[in-house]
Design a protein around this ligand. Structure first.
Ligand code: ATP
Length: 230
């Protein structure tokens, strides 16, 4: 399957229309879920579903990053592949929005993406919305190192999903993050994108780890086959 720029523009337009319509509703509670999503997996989906339920979110934006500031690794799949997998995973879940907020003007996601800039953009799109930033504990413990972390904390509430294996003492040591956040406990889907890439490289099944449509896409596009990166 070849995805042309034209197809991507159509996807963007469709996504934008869905967003615009919902944005007209007042006081939306919006979840912002960013990640490399290389690939998006059932752990991400479980977190988003639980966050939506528990914090009564109207929408959850899945925002694949451009060039991630904290994960600048060789072999990262193209923005387009990561976005398409997110779009497939969100299909059938009307409250989940696959977002191109970090795609950049050429839709290639080539520039570095910082959460603070994305949140500001979303804030402009939905000035009255209540923004809830969703992330895993492994990412949260490094929040103080993020660009403009203090401002980010001021702009949105934080929902932190517990994640097996996270060393929370690192968070306690982090300065400036003694902020208001809510734990999202009890979503114990112990799956990671790195493990999925390893399995795909070894030709093993991804069943139960990613939606079937995403597994099909990985196979069809032969993703992660030759990557030496975990
Ligand atoms: P990798 O294995 O490549 O580091 P990942 O599985 O952590 O990837 P990301 O796209 O980097 O996936 O994660 C996006 C966000 O989702 C991060 O905030 C991360 O902490 C969170 N997250 C990912 N998997 C889980 C999980 N199983 N449980 C809770 N949070 C998760």
């Amino acid at each position: 399957m070849r995805i042309t720029k034209l197809t991507l523009k159509a996807i963007k337009r469709a996504a934008q229309m869905a967003v615009d319509e919902r944005m007209r509703r007042k006081r939306l509670r919006i979840g912002i879920f960013g990640g490399t999503f290389d690939p998006v997996h059932n752990g991400h989906l479980a977190v988003a579903r639980a966050a939506r339920r528990r914090f009564r979110l109207d929408l959850v934006y899945f925002i694949p990053c451009g060039r991630p500031p904290h994960k600048d690794r060789p072999g990262l799949s193209s923005f387009l592949h990561r976005f398409v997998m997110v779009a497939l995973a969100c299909a059938g879940e009307p409250a989940f929005i696959p977002s191109l907020l970090e795609a950049g003007p050429d839709l290639q996601g080539k520039q570095r993406s910082y959460s603070i800039d994305t949140v500001r953009r979303l804030r402009r799109l939905a000035p009255r919305a209540e923004l809830h930033f969703i992330l895993g504990a492994d990412a949260f413990i490094y929040l103080s190192k993020w660009k403009d972390a203090c401002r980010l904390v001021w702009l949105c509430r934080f929902i932190v999903a517990t994640r097996p294996g996270t060393d929370m003492t690192k968070w306690r040591e982090a300065p400036g993050v003694g902020t208001v956040f809510s734990w999202l406990r009890g979503v114990h889907v112990d799956v990671s994108a790195s493990e999925i890439r390893r399995r795909a490289r070894a030709g093993r099944s991804l069943r139960g780890l990613v939606p079937a449509s995403v597994e099909g896409y990985i196979r069809k596009m032969k993703l992660y086959r030759n990557s030496r990166r975990a």
